[in-house]
Ligand binder design. Structure first.
Ligand code: FMN
Length: 172
């Protein structure tokens, strides 16, 4: 049985929901699921595998993730990243600082998962007025994007997160 930590930063709850599905996919292992603020960096070494997640804010994951890695004196061998994001571009490099912090260790990144996360932090009225300011062609595109974003992560996203975490276990 593997000892696994799933830890995350989630401002509006989307990444937390994905974290819960990741946990469901890891049935049979010894799992702890906690927000990153509740993690003692000195305990990271006690895990066989750590899932590290965050929403994307200004193209990056929350700084608390890289702070956690930097503060840990000893790191475990295996990491997995997951994130939720509202845009289709600009999130791909979100873990840049975390990856830089991990370079000092011999840890492996076993996989990365991402899915869309509805921008529930922004009131509907603000989104509407932002859309109204766009030229017609851009506006249509942005409206379609908003439709695709609504309610994400949805059931399919959560099922994919579950399948993803199952697939990670097979690698170990
Ligand atoms: C302050 C703020 C900044 C954001 N910046 C980005 C961004 O740069 N790129 C992006 O794709 N999504 C961005 N988003 C959308 C979030 O990444 C997305 O809604 C995500 O699912 C939020 O995760 P959470 O609910 O776990 O906090 C931003 C959201 C907020 C609230």
């Amino acid at each position: 049985m593997l000892k696994i930590l799933i830890t995350y930063f989630s401002k509006t709850g989307n990444t937390e929901r994905v974290a819960q599905s990741i946990k469901e996919g890891l049935e049979g292992q010894e799992i702890e699921l906690k927000p990153v603020k509740d993690i003692d960096p000195l305990c990271l070494k006690d895990y066989d595998l750590i899932f590290l997640g965050s929403g994307i804010y200004a193209s990056r994951v929350n700084k608390s993730l890289s702070d956690l890695i930097i503060a840990a004196q000893v790191l475990p061998q295996n990491f997995v990243f997951f994130c939720t994001h509202a845009s289709v571009k600009g999130y791909q490099d979100g873990f840049k600082l975390v990856k830089r912090a991990l370079k000092k260790s011999s840890s492996n990144i076993l996989g990365e998962f991402d899915c869309m996360g509805d921008n529930i932090g922004i009131p509907e009225a603000t989104i509407k007025s932002m859309l109204e300011k766009l030229p017609p062609d851009k506006r249509k595109e942005a409206e379609e994007h908003q439709k695709r974003l609504k309610g994400r992560p949805n059931e399919d996203d959560l099922e994919n997160a579950k399948k993803f975490s199952k697939s990670i276990i097979k690698k170990l």
